[in-house]
Design a protein around this ligand. Structure first.
Ligand code: BDR
Ligand code: CA
Length: 320
């Protein structure tokens, strides 16, 4: 269906783990959102797999008019890491989707630059993987991200423990140099850190109850793709469910009243022996802000859990 240009134009930059797929589904099921396209990046899975997953999810949702663009296959500096233990080999858990018929539409960097420039001040970029594509875009065309309406990044752990190392969240760990470039560029970026996304648990029970009686391809996909993450969370954290990290960033784009934001001065560690990817917040109470180490970044500090979960469940799972 064609959409009005007064809608919320969004570009999703994804690494296509399970919750990236759920983030795409939330965007597609949100009438306010005009999804301009999806760009892919290595991360939870290698780049080719991420691209394949994005194409498959769009076809599953019957939205093959939305283009998919191919981005970076490796981090700027450090070695590649993936997260097969969490998201399964394919990135989409146990779900098996048909081979995609669509082909990628081109290069992610050009798409991001042209997409933002085509509608200055309007486009919301939502990044839910390593920040490599965004760093490369900003390097190619300095200032471009400031022409976006917002850049919403799921990444980092502030006071919360990490999820890939003791102190680092996966997206910031996977390409800390890219993340640093982005922080330093002082674009209009907002961060949705683990501290808030860890509050957004979607219980296995809720998934089962909401999808009860449904055996269509979308219901099967949600059940099967989330199974691996649920097993991982159960085994490691004694929690039977999925955290909605990436959908949270889409939700912020749709309704910013779901979050309380605060500007913190921060940076990310790129070279630590134990701390690579750690977000370091300078909380020293200097009277002169300039004295602090790092850059001001708008961070989500609190989330209205009930309202966000309701939005997600209602739009993506349906049912009662
Ligand atoms: C982030 O890492 C990935 O595993 C998820 O898709 C999410 O983007 C959470 O730390
Ligand atoms: Ca992700």
């Amino acid at each position: 269906p064609t959409r009005r240009s007064s809608d919320l134009p969004i570009i999703l930059d994804v690494d296509m783990g399970v919750d990236d797929a759920l983030a795409i589904m939330l965007a597609l099921q949100s009438p306010e959102v005009e999804l301009l396209g999806i760009s892919t990046v290595f991360g939870n899975v290698p780049l080719n797999q991420a691209t394949r997953n994005a194409l498959q999810v769009l076809e599953l949702m019957g939205r093959d008019e939305i283009p998919v663009y191919v981005g970076a296959g490796e981090p700027l500096v450090r070695k590649l890491v993936h997260a097969a233990a969490v998201h399964g080999e394919s990135g989409l858990g146990d779900a098996v989707l048909p081979d995609p018929e669509m082909l990628p539409a081109g290069n992610a960097l050009d798409f991001l630059i042209e997409g933002i420039q085509a509608r200055p001040g309007e486009v919301i970029v939502v990044a839910t993987g390593p920040l490599t594509n965004l760093a490369l875009v900003e390097k190619k065309q300095p200032g471009i991200l400031d022409q976006a309406r917002r850049v919403l990044v799921m990444g980092g752990a502030l006071a919360e423990a990490g999820n890939i190392t003791p102190v680092s969240e996966f997206n910031s760990f996977a390409d800390p140099h890219a993340f640093h470039q982005l922080i330093k560029a002082e674009t209009n970026m907002s961060l949705i850190p683990l501290d808030v996304t860890h509050q957004l648990g979607l219980a296995a029970e809720t998934i089962a109850a909401r999808l009860a009686g449904r055996d269509d391809a979308i219901a099967r996909f949600i059940r099967e793709s989330t199974r691996t993450v649920i097993a991982f969370e159960q085994e490691h954290y004694n929690y039977a469910g999925v955290h909605l990290h990436d959908p949270a960033a889409v939700a912020l784009g749709i309704d910013s009243s779901l979050f309380e934001m605060e500007t913190l001065v921060l940076d990310v560690e790129t070279m630590g022996e134990l701390t690579t990817g750690q977000v370091v917040v300078d909380r020293r109470p200097f009277s002169d802000e300039e004295e602090r180490q790092g850059y001001p970044v708008d961070c989500a500090m609190k989330v209205d859990v009930d309202r966000l979960m309701h939005m997600f469940e209602h739009r993506v799972l349906g049912g009662e």
